[in-house]
Write a protein of this length. Structure first.
Length: 179
């Protein structure tokens, strides 16, 4: 990841962490996790203070993948996703700071219980009132009443007659050329 992209991602993460509605919980020396008790399959933000380098990683058996941490001035930030099949409980998180003589920080994160799936279906069960086409709601009486009327029948007959005349004229011209 380029340095500009990494800087932008870190800035967005810092803004998210600063204005996040969920509570943060300090889980170790210089390590903060938001939200305090993530659910399986949920995302969490990590903030680490006291690292000498500009990069680091946070690894845990509870995470889908190791989280990349970036930042400056001794503060690193990153995001991680909790595995969807992990059970509730405490999991060790090992934070490694690049260029830090202290090596790695060890702390724990508490994964909460899985949330129940929503009772409402995820897909629409009725057409959207968007105003036209197949999305219009029609009652069964309206559907029976809206068929072709006399004007539609006359237009259809005129178009069919015009098509028949074109076919006859072309057939006659071809017959004269071959004869």
């Amino acid at each position: 990841m380029g340095s500009l992209r990494r800087t932008l991602c870190t800035g967005v993460l810092a803004a998210f962490t600063a204005f996040a509605p969920t509570a943060a919980w300090p889980v170790g020396d210089g390590v903060t996790v938001t939200p305090s008790s993530p659910a399986p399959g949920g995302d969490l933000a990590l903030r680490v203070t006291g690292c000498a380098g500009r990069t680091g990683t946070a690894a845990s058996k509870a995470f889908v993948a190791d989280a990349e941490l970036t930042g400056t001035g001794g503060t690193l930030a990153g995001r991680a996703r909790v595995r969807s099949m992990v059970g509730p409980g405490r999991y060790e998180v090992r934070v490694t700071c690049a260029g830090s003589p202290a090596g790695s920080l060890r702390t724990q994160v508490t994964v909460g219980a899985a949330t129940a799936p929503p009772k409402t279906p995820a897909t629409p069960v009725a057409p959207v009132s968007a105003g036209g086409g197949g999305s219009m709601r029609l009652s069964s009486a309206d559907a029976r009443a809206t068929g072709p009327d006399t004007v539609h029948a006359v237009i259809g007959l005129l178009l069919a007659s015009a098509a028949a005349v074109v076919v006859v004229v072309r057939g006659t011209r071809r017959g004269r050329r071959t004869g």
